[in-house]
Design a protein around this ligand. Structure first.
Ligand code: SAM
Length: 239
């Protein structure tokens, strides 16, 4: 499997991704704002509008990190579990929750590829900017399918490939030249940001990823491109 520019063994990828998010955890929220010019907030708002969490629902926010998606869903009154493989990211999230006076979330360590939750437990599964870091993506999609109830819905927010040519050129320069420099300047960690950018470039394009979701068993799959596909919201249903 690929880790940035390198091909590595699956276990090695998982370990290195662990290092990346341990290194960036403390500065993660600041860096998201700096690198997206605050736009990640709008993408996340839009994503949660699509999810439409409802009071009484059980929702799993996988790769939930420091809680950005969970905080947006919490007001709905749904019961939300934030799961992430990285304890450092979850710790930052729990501190943020405490600062905001949010105490209804469940935080748990979990690998998306092998979930500890029972079959057909959740009404919705969300994963935002997480799936491309997962080593075995088909396994994670199968697990998402397993833990969802019939009628449950799957939502994924992820960077993809923009189909707007001029914009793609600008983004290419921005991401490969500027992002690692910003990573060095603001977080003293050029390598982690180099990995994050390269992992975006390697991620399957919109139709390919949509087909992978269908392959896991989901139906009525959809993809909603944002900024021509720079970011995409994929969704599907379990029936
Ligand atoms: N969802 C949050 C957000 O939108 O701000 C966090 C996104 S962050 C870019 C990616 C997260 O994926 C990290 O917290 C990382 O630890 C987590 N992650 C990576 N591989 C994972 C896996 N196999 N299972 C669960 N979480 C994973």
């Amino acid at each position: 499997v690929s880790f940035g520019y390198e091909d590595v063994a699956p276990a090695e990828k998982t370990r290195r991704v662990g290092d990346v998010f341990r290194n960036v955890a403390a500065r993660y929220d600041l860096m998201n704002d700096a690198m997206s010019g605050g736009m990640h907030r709008l993408w996340k708002d839009r994503f949660v509008r699509r999810v439409k969490p409802q009071k009484g629902e059980q929702i799993l926010d996988m790769a939930g990190g420091t809680g950005d998606i969970a905080f947006r869903m919490e007001r709905s009154g749904a019961a939300i579990t934030v799961a992430d493989i990285n304890a450092a990211m979850l710790e930052v999230g729990m501190e943020r929750a405490a600062q905001r006076g949010i105490d209804g979330l469940v935080w748990t360590e979990a690998n998306a590829e092998t979930l500890q939750f029972p079959d057909r437990f959740f009404d919705a599964y969300t994963i935002a900017f997480g799936i491309r870091n997962v080593t075995d993506i088909p396994a994670a999609l199968r697990e998402a399918y397993r833990v969802l109830k019939r009628g449950g819905r799957f939502f994924c927010l992820e960077f993809s490939t923009t189909l707007w040519p001029g914009f793609a050129d600008v983004y290419e320069v921005y991401s490969h030249r500027l992002v690692p420099k910003l990573g060095k300047l603001l977080a003293d960690d050029e390598d982690s940001y180099r990995y994050l950018i390269e992992s975006i470039r390697r991620f399957p394009d919109m139709p390919t990823f949509e087909a992978m979701i269908a392959e896991a068993g989901f139906v009525r799959t959809r993809v909603e491109p944002v900024l021509g596909g720079l970011v995409a919201i994929h969704s599907g249903w379990k029936i």
